[in-house]
Design a protein around this ligand. Structure first.
Ligand SMILES: Nc1ncnc2c1ncn2[C@@H]1O[C@H](COP(=O)(O)OP(=O)(O)OP(=O)(O)O)[C@@H](O)[C@H]1O
Ligand SMILES: [Mg+2]
Length: 390
């Protein structure tokens, strides 16, 4: 799929913007702080319902205004649809597809993009929550019904924690907590579903991560991925090497259930749920060592980029509606000449690739045929170098 038109109203530093986009590579250039990232952030938001830079939406709404609008015209094969999200400062956000209201969390059903930005270094170096967020967003992109499963899991978790807190306050003995059993059952059911989906996702990503790492770094480094399941204990890591060994839902459910029973006393003492996918982690190894803590800056960066390129590959293989839109924010400036060319090779056949750069010359020529210039929250011109206009 590709975006043919982007409209913004009161989004970040854009009062109004209208941008026509073509398939293939599109480069956004402009000096620092002009609005390049803001523009692609809007596109990313429309596909994942979140920003890669901020965890709350307030900063996305233009300063001094109450609501931002992102509208995209998206082409899926020969079908065009219009997607619209309205971010409201003091009421719930709204989403529409072809003018019909949809739930905001349903957006990933209609539009798919993969965005890589310098912030993604946190995928390798950051806390486990960053990696869980990465996996879950991709699980939802692959099968949108998981937006509901994850929301339900989080709700059950909150309610269970509230119950644990009130039990602790009123000193109810662990054995007498029969109301907790009902929540445990829901937690196990939904949690297992999520664990299985993450496992399947990592299994699908695995070969593409290895290939993308080599493609970007140009070196044969050995990447391995695994999952750390809190129901198996804090140290237990299962590396995923064998694509034919799926996580067995029945056995996982059983283990989850029995660990919850074992840990109930400890959970009542601490008044939090100690095991479940909300405490799991994605493990990334490079040449036999955990990338987090051992990999160099360049290696961490290549690994993070490889995770995103692998995501795009997996979505490409899943999708009936064509490739996800690939977004590379400020990537080329970080790379040496060889890596720039290799990255260009790795992305050139995606249906649409949106690239930002402060210095156009940092981006290989073949990705610069269509260049959009941005200054102070406005599109100053759209130059097609191949067409000779501009
Ligand atoms: N909610 C907002 N309202 C108004 N302006 C905003 C808002 N959020 C961000 N900005 C402004 O947007 C500008 C940053 O834009 P953006 O991050 O897109 O820059 P950029 O072109 O990607 O720059 P760089 O090359 O440094 O990455 C800043 O000047 C910032 O003050
Ligand atoms: Mg930027």
């Amino acid at each position: 799929m590709h975006v043919t038109h982007l409209s913004l109203a009161d989004f970040r530093n854009y009062a109004r913007a209208e941008v026509e986009l073509t398939p293939g590579p599109v480069l956004f250039v402009g000096r620092n702080g002009q609005g390049k990232t803001n523009l692609v952030e809007a596109i990313g938001y429309a596909s994942t319902v979140s920003s890669h830079r901020v965890s709350t939406d307030q900063a996305l709404i233009r300063f001094g205004t109450d609501a931002a609008i992102i509208r995209l015209r998206v082409q899926h094969d020969d079908r065009a649809i219009v997607i619209e999200v309205q971010l409201n400062r003091s009421s719930p956000n709204k989403a529409r597809v072809n003018r019909g209201a949809i739930r905001v969390r349903e957006l990933p059903r209609y539009f798919s993009s993969v965005l890589f930005a310098p912030e993604d270094l946190a995928l390798v170096r950051g806390e486990p929550g960053v990696r869980r967020g990465f996996l879950d967003a991709l699980v939802v992109q692959r099968s949108p019904r998981f937006a509901g499963v994850i929301a339900d899991y989080e709700r059950v978790l909150r309610q269970r924690n509230t119950l644990l807190k009130s039990a602790r306050a009123s000193r109810v003995p662990a054995e007498a907590m029969t109301t907790l059993d009902v929540w445990d059952e829901r937690l196990v059911e939904l949690g297992t579903e999520l664990m299985v989906a993450r496992w399947q996702l990592v299994t699908a990503l695995r070969p593409h991560i290895a290939a993308s790492y080599t493609a970007v770094a140009g070196e044969e480094h050995r990447t391995r991925v695994g999952l750390q399941h809190s129901i198996d204990g804090a140290e237990a890591v299962t590396m995923i090497d064998d694509p034919d060994a799926p996580l067995d839902p029945a056995a996982t459910r059983e283990r989850f259930r029995s660990v919850l029973a074992e840990r109930r006393r400890a959970e009542l003492e601490r008044a939090v749920t100690l095991v479940g996918p909300h405490r799991d982690d994605l493990i990334l190894d490079l040449n036999g060592l955990p990338a987090r803590g051992y990999a160099s800056h360049g290696e961490s960066w290549s690994f993070a980029l490889a995770l995103k390129l692998a995501s795009a590959q997996v979505l490409r293989l899943d999708a009936v509606a064509g490739d996800p839109v690939l977004v590379l924010d400020d990537v080329f400036a970080e790379l040496d000449e060889g890596r720039r060319e290799r990255l260009a090779d790795a992305v050139h056949d995606f249906e649409q690739v949106l690239i930002t750069a402060a210095v156009g010359g940092d981006v290989p020529d073949r990705l610069r045929a269509t260049t959009v210039r941005i200054a102070a929250g406005a599109i100053v011109d759209e130059a097609s170098e191949t067409g000779g206009a501009g």
